[in-house]
Structures are given as structure tokens and as C-alpha cells.
Design a protein around this ligand. Sequence first.
Ligand code: PAF
Length: 280
Amino acid sequence: MQIINNVNELREFIKVWRVSGETIAFVPTMGNLHAGHLQLVTQAKAVADRVVVSIFVNPTQFGVGEDFESYPRTEKEDQEKLVSADVDVLFLPSVDDIYTSDARTTVTVTDVSDWYCGAYRPGHFAGVATVVCKLFNIVQPNIALFGLKDFQQLTIIRIMVRDLNIPVEIMGVDTVREANGLAMSSRNTYLTESEKQVASELYRVLCVIRDAILSGVSSYAELEEQALLSLQQVGFKPDYLSVCRSSDLKKAALEDKDLVLLVAVRLGKTRLIDNIYFSK
Ligand code: PAF
């Protein structure tokens, strides 16, 4: 695996593949890689000739008081995992490689960036959209892969690519879960052992809501209210829980068929998000 820190060096390296007609899959990450990331890499290898992974803890998607400084950085372990996964290139830029000090351009996907997680993390999705747009311009992949766990992020990236005519196919990859149902996330390392037990309740509650919808419940608002109570009872502080249309993340009406249940909670010092999408 080639490790490249510099934007121009990466472009030169990749050019050779492009000229010889090889396809490129790209997996952007912030490191602290777990089985969910490795699943993205496995899928990437299945759909393209070459795989580029980036590790960049992007400062612009962290708000004031969030965990940018303490975000788990596990470069050596990450590199070993990517070598074992047979990745072609690891792009490891510094903040200065990605952002010039007088940068003035940002990418904002309006409306949907302000809902759900966006309401609790102002500016977060502009930071994500901007860095992903920049990484797409640097790598110019044929296909880019993102976890479905960050369903709102994936929706925003799809809209950005469509609106800005970025020539890349976006693929969503299923969430990888622990045996107890907890969705894998780099932030799970913040959880204590007892919090990990409680955290598994999040997926269970989502499954209960999905099953209630599939068996024909008549009010989504009531269902959301009951689920929020159940979450509070086991110790979560919910930010939101919402039954949405999976196509545009607007609140679902009873007649909508393709749904996603979006949830974010706080447990101790950790913020957890999860979702389930399904069709009626
Ligand atoms: O999902 C993530 O890890 C990040 O938000 C991403 C897409 C790598 C952008 O920094």
C-alpha cells in the first residue's frame, strides 16, 4: 500500500491508473477504523480496479465544544488494517494540505443540512459537504462508498453530487453491528462497558418502531413519542427520533412506502446515531 500525504503527489500517482483505463473506488474516512470501514473497503474492491482510502479528521465538521481534539487517532493500527485489506493507496493529508488559511469557499446543501443532526450540530454538514467535495476533486474517483449508518450524511452527499454535477457514483453500504445490535462507530470507544449494554437498546427500539409500522400503526407522532420515552427510561438523552421518507428525509406520512427511522441520543459523554430503512 502506498501512503501519500500530498495532494499533487496523489494526483500524479492516480493519473497512471486513469490513463490505463482502471476504475477507482474511494472510501473517505476519519480513521479509527472498525469493521464498518473495512466493509466499505471490501465493497470498494468488488466494484473497482483500484481502491483509495483517505484518513483525515476534518476540523470544519466539528463544532465548538465538540471532540475534534480528542477524536480517536489510531494511525498505526489503521495502516495495518488497510494493508491487510489490500488497499492501493492511503491518502493521509494534513489540515494545511486540505485547507489554505484564507479559504473562502464552502459547500452547503440547504434545508436538509439543518434538520435532525444539523439542528444539533450547526455547520456540521457544510463541513462534511465541503471536505467531501474537495476530496472528490482531488481523487476524482469513479465511485465513492459511504456507510448507511450516517444516513443523513449520505443523503446530503448524494444531493451535492447531483446539484454540482460531480461525476462520481455514490454507493451506500449497510451498517455493521456488534453482536448486541450496536452500530459500529469510531465514537463507541468513548462508551464504558455498562454504557455499551445500554447503547444496544437503541437498535432494539428502532426495530420495535419498524415492526409497529409494518403491522399498521395509525399515528407516527404517537409512535415517536412512545419511543422517545422508552429511550429516556433506559438512560438515553434523545436529541431526536423521527419517522422519515427515505427519499428526502421529510417527515413521513402514513401513505409513504419507503421509510427511514432516524435517531440521535446522548449517553454519558457520547452522542450516538442510528437508523433503519425499510419499505412497507
Ligand atoms: O463519515 C465520516 O467519517 C466523515 O464525515 C467523512 C465522510 C469522512 C468526511 O469527513
